[in-house]
Each structure stands twice: as C-alpha cells, then as structure tokens.
Design a binder for this molecule. Structure first.
Ligand SMILES: Cc1ncc(COP(=O)(O)O)c(C=O)c1O
Length: 451
C-alpha cells in the first residue's frame, strides 16, 4: 500500500506539452478592436518575444530552459498521493489519486509559470513586472519568481481578497513585491471604477486592467498573467506530465481527471497531457470544476470578449459571463473570473472537456472532509476539485464501478483560514445563480461578438 508516489529531480520534465498540436481544430485567433487578428508584434508592448512565440506556437513540445528547471527543482517534482483515507470515509469502490501542487513555496501550482515568465522577461532585459492577483496565490508566486530572477514586482490584488487574506500580502512583501488593493487610484482603469462604484470589492477583470495599463504605459515594465493565456497553460503541463509518469509507476491510468478552473491554467496543467492520449483514442474524461456563482463554462456564452473589465486586452474567443460581470465575493478568489482560457473553452465547446458547477457550501464541506482524512487543508479553489471528485466517487458507490479518479490539489489553504472560520460559524452562503447580473453583463459584449 503506497501512499505517496515520488519522482526524483531528474524527472522534472524537460519540455512543455503544447495541446494545440493535438486539438482537432486550430485555436481561434485573438482579435483587435477592428475585428482583425492581433499581430504578434502588438503583444511585444507588454510581453517578451519568447513568450509571444510560445503564445502562437503549434509545436507539440517546447524545451524548458535549464535555469527554469533549476528553479522548479526547489519544489518539484511534486508528489502524487493515493487518497486511501478519503476513499474509506466515502466507502467508494473508486481509487482516488491527487497530485499535490500545494508543496510549492507559494503554496499552489502558480509558481510553475511564474518562474518561466520571470526568466524570459529577465532574458529580454526587463527589470520590472506588473500583475494582478485574485486569492493572492499568483501574486505570491510572481513575487517569489521575481526575487529568484532579479525583477521588481508590483501586484494589484483584488480588494475583497486583500482584506480576506492579509498574510498573502505579507508573503508578497517578504519576497520584495509591492501590493495594492484593486481598484486603486493609481490607474485610469481603477479611477473609473471607483468613480462609479466607490465600494467596489474588485475583480480579477479590474485588476488585470490596472496591471496591463501600467505595463503598457511604462517602458521598463512588462505584464505577467497568472492564467488564461496559452503560454501560461503550456507552462503548467509539467503537472500532468509528472502525474502520468507517477500513475504509470503504480500501474494505474485515470478514467477521470478533475481540476478546478478559474482562468483555466490549473485545469490545463493536469488535463492537457492526458488530452494527448484522448486525442489518440484513449477513453479518459476531463472535468473542469467551477463555482456555481461564477459559472463560466457551464452557463457562459462561447463568443469573443475582452479578458479584462476595461477592455484593454485583445478579444479572445472563450466562454464568458461578460467582461464587466462582477462575480459574488465567494471565498475561492482565484475562481472569480468572467472568462476562461481560449484553449479550454474551445475543447469544452467541442465536447472534449466536461465542466461542473459547485455551490460554495458543498466545496467547503468537501474541503473539511479532505482535511480530516488526508490531513492537508486545501485552498478554497482546490475544494471545488475535491467536491467534484467526491461527487464522482459517490456515483461509483451507487453503480459499483471501481473507477480511477485523479484530481489536482492546486493549493493549500493556510492563508485562507478566515474563510474556513466563516464556514464553521455558519456565515458562508450559497449564492443564487446571478442570472440577472450575467444577462446584464452579456448585453455589453463587444460588437465583434455579434459579427
Ligand atoms: C489554489 C488555486 N487553485 C486554482 C486556481 C485557479 O487557477 P486557474 O486560473 O489556473 O484556473 C487558483 C487561482 O488563483 C488558485 O489560487
């Protein structure tokens, strides 16, 4: 009975896997405000050339630079666990495995791409990065990566999370980053929101606008995004590659792969390497789990929309709830995003990726059961994957099917204890599906969407 399946450092992947090579249809291009595809040069205003190349690449395998592998070796390979105790508590015939991304210094999968992005920016002569963060996991990760590669980092942190998770801010400051509660008065995008909504709790869409605006307006500063974009999803594929090898070591292969989905990089990271097998005919189900109060894949429209609230980003074809949709202040801040990765969206649209929406209380119930059986206190975002996995395991109990389930534990919840406190004191609620707000926001989709 093996609980943890471990790889040594020589097994840190040498290449990232690019799912575009195996997708049945090429991805829809990013469009400018004129409705024409955005030329790669336009992205060079805020991204280094190597990342722009990766964003557009259709190469199946992209080599990981050695300094990035060396930085990854600080915590990778991450363990794969067999959740025997959770299986027992559920009385399920299913075998449950989870990949443990909570072991990174920032506590989630996010540093996997942060170190790559910091490296390529430094190589391109950039010394300063601006970014947004929802729950604080991405901001912490970029703060760490900036420190490792010698870049200054400024983080616009969604206001509701800034107050819910004050120690995330301290963590970013410890690694040397500057942190502001977004919306701020520092940018035009922030000032515009504050003028109309002085009490705005912020959103990832607003924080992205602020960080992009700053990078676009300063020569010394580039922008770094923690999710959504193709190159970010690409960098996360080391998670699924390792997991595949680890499952192989114990003679297993998953029937179902599950991950929570905010902007989609966490899901891509574990699921895309398995998608390669699915594209080759293997029967494997890939499930993205999202909050029912921000149900992008399950209730959004598949259309062109902006990636941010102010409309500064290119238009991306994706599932969206509308770029000015303000998700309820749920405690899984990293999942409060109106859109989704174009790659995940397209695969979902083509029926190759499934999605489930889960109410907040069910996610915390799952997280607490997980903590009490498997010992690790999960991040509220990761609780969505755990809840989806528990639903699947319970279905196996009903049908008697001994399926093999794999989920990504995207992060720990050590800085999210105020959310757990509120759950224990009965203060957390299940938000109604915000139908009216979503309909309202979808009415403001950019014109090209209708074309
Ligand atoms: C712990 C954790 N899991 C998952 C996510 C969602 O990640 P993604 O945007 O890659 O879907 C986040 C985002 O902040 C996170 O912090």
């Amino acid at each position: 009975m093996q609980t943890k399946i471990l790889l040594d450092e020589s097994h840190i992947p040498t290449h990232w896997y690019n799912v575009i090579a195996d997708m049945p249809n090429p991805p829809s291009p990013y469009l400018g405000p004129d409705g024409k595809p955005v030329p790669p040069q336009a992205m060079l205003a805020i991204f280094p050339e190597e990342l722009v190349k990766q964003e557009m690449s259709a190469e199946r395998w992209i080599p990981i630079p050695e300094p990035v592998r060396e930085a990854l070796a600080l915590w990778r390979p991450s363990p794969l666990h067999r959740a025997y105790r959770l299986e027992k508590a559920l009385g399920t015939p299913a075998k449950i495995f989870f990949k443990n991304e909570s072991v990174s210094p920032a506590g989630s999968h996010k540093p996997n791409t942060a170190v790559a992005q910091a490296y390529y920016n430094k190589q391109a002569g950039i010394n300063r990065l601006s970014t947004e963060t929802g729950a604080g996991q991405w901001g912490s990760s970029l703060a760490l990566a900036g420190r490792l590669f010698g870049l200054d980092v400024r983080v616009y942190m969604v206001k509701v999370s800034y107050h819910q998770k004050p120690y995330r801010r301290s963590m970013m400051q410890t690694w040397g980053a500057e942190v502001f509660a977004s919306p701020t008065n520092l940018t035009e995008s922030g000032r515009r929101i504050l003028a109309s909504h002085p009490d705005s709790p912020g959103s990832l869409g607003i924080a992205i606008s602020e960080a992009v605006e700053e990078a676009a307006g300063r020569k010394d500063t580039n922008y770094a995004l923690g999710s959504v974009l193709n190159h970010v999803c690409l960098h996360q594929t080391i998670v699924g590659q390792e997991a595949k090898k680890q499952m192989e070591m114990v003679g297993e292969y998953p029937d179902v792969v599950i991950a929570c989905c905010g902007g989609g990089s966490n899901f891509s990271g574990i699921a895309f390497p398995f998608f390669a097998d699915k594209a080759a005919g293997k029967d494997v189900t890939l499930v993205a789990a999202e909050p029912s109060s921000c149900p992008t894949l399950t209730k959004g429209l598949y259309t062109y929309d902006f990636g941010d609230t102010a409309g500064l980003t290119p238009l991306m074809k994706m599932y969206t709830l509308g770029h000015d949709f303000m998700p309820p202040g749920i405690h899984a801040g990293g999942l409060r995003y109106h859109g989704d990765s174009a790659l995940v969206s397209q695969l979902h649209h083509e029926g190759l990726v499934d999605a489930v929406a889960i109410p907040q209380l069910e996610t915390f119930e799952a997280g607490v059961l997980f903590a009490r059986t498997e010992a690790i206190i999960p991040a509220p975002e990761s609780c969505h994957a755990i809840a989806a996995c528990i639903r699947e395991a319970r279905r196996c109990t009903e049908t008697g099917e001994p399926k093999t389930l794999l989920f990504n534990l995207s992060g720990h919840g050590h800085f999210d204890m105020s959310s757990y406190d509120r759950y224990f004191s009965g203060e957390l609620e299940d938000y109604e599906y915000p139908a009216e707000a979503i309909a309202d926001s979808l009415a403001h989709l950019p014109k090209v969407a209708a074309a």
